[in-house]
Design a protein around this ligand. Structure first.
Ligand code: SAM
Length: 306
């Protein structure tokens, strides 16, 4: 695949034309077509219970249609005639668990999402210039944009493509991990990144890869992708970890699950380490473990009174 990516990024991507206000009234909602598969409230409750037990994900009652459309594909592929059939299959077919879980995760992400966190990281890394090795764990890495943004930040902070940084990129979803490992993205995924960054850290696809970019192999070498379920009692990550990015995944978990995960993060994080959370996530309920430094960044709480 490498030969299909040139080492220089060509002409910049032209800016998008400004969106025009669309004043046409929305059409009235079309009548719902009859469903292909029988799907009862009891089936939905069972799916909610299984994904909660297995991945910690709390699906709200409003997600019934989402569950139907995502799992209907699996029913078709497995040749099942109803959700009840599929749920019975799940009881006996351990392999289907992986696809079941992959189907129900939400993988929304982007490069340099919540950019202020990368600025904070860059500052910290610059202060650690003499460190021999720095470990960053990206604990819900999705398709890889977040851990590659961490790698870019490290390269820029150390001004080299081989900074002394190791990034563990993990997720529960095996499909997104595979995507991350490949490191190939549609060009529009990088169009909001400054051109100099794209030029330095990506290769432009040609031929069958036209319209895609690939992260440079030097960046890929900084990352290790692995499947880790945050619900597991032990993580295959050896501490101390200097930075944990666990962003926009805790919102899917209830407070008890969040606390259990935080209590496993705490001993892994180095004394001066930082934990980064998503913009709508708060760990104030576990202030005995992590103290807020503002902007959804946390440090370990060493206060002996707590
Ligand atoms: C919305 S994405 C967030 C991606 C990235 N951290 C970001 O902020 O852009 C949530 C990710 O969490 C993963 N996830 C959900 N449950 C998980 C679990 N129990 N263990 C590990 N990852 C999980 C999903 O597969 C998904 O890729």
């Amino acid at each position: 695949m490498t030969d299909r990516f040139q080492s220089r990024f060509g002409a910049g991507i032209p800016p998008r034309p400004a969106a025009r206000a669309d004043l046409t009234p929305p059409p009235s909602a079309p009548a719902m077509p009859p469903r292909e598969f029988h799907f009862t409230s009891a089936d939905f409750d069972k799916v909610r219970q299984l994904i909660h037990t297995h991945a910690g994900i709390s699906l709200s009652p409003a997600k019934q249609d989402m569950v139907y459309s995502r799992l209907a594909r699996r029913l078709r592929a497995c040749g099942d005639r109803s959700f009840a059939d599929y749920l019975r299959r799940l009881e006996s077919d351990r392999n289907e668990w992986e696809t079941f879980t992959n189907s129900l995760t939400t993988n929304l992400t982007s490069f340099f999402r919540e950019a202020h966190h990368f600025d904070i990281l860059a500052e910290r890394l610059k202060q650690m210039r003499n460190a021999r090795s720095i470990t960053i764990w990206c604990a819900a890495a999705s398709t890889g944009e977040e851990p590659y943004s961490l790698a870019i930040t490290a390269c820029e902070a150390f001004n080299t493509l081989s900074p002394p940084v190791k990034i563990i990129a993990s997720d529960i979803d095996t499909q997104v991990i595979e995507h991350g490992r490949r490191g190939v993205y549609r060009e529009d995924r990088v169009e909001r990144m400054v051109a100099a960054r794209v030029q330095r850290f990506f290769l432009k696809g040609t031929g069958t890869q036209e319209g895609h970019v690939r992260v440079r192999p030097e960046l890929q070498r900084l990352l290790e992708f692995k499947r880790i379920n945050l619900l597991d009692a032990r993580y295959p990550v050896s501490g101390p970890v200097d930075f944990i990015f666990c962003r926009n995944v805790m919102i899917y978990f209830d407070k008890t699950t969040q606390r259990a995960i935080l209590s496993r993060f705490a001993p892994l994080l180095s004394a001066e380490g930082l934990l980064f959370a998503g913009h709508s996530e708060s760990f104030l309920h576990s202030a005995d473990l992590f103290r807020s430094r503002g902007r959804t960044v946390y440090e370990r709480n060493h206060d002996p009174r707590r």
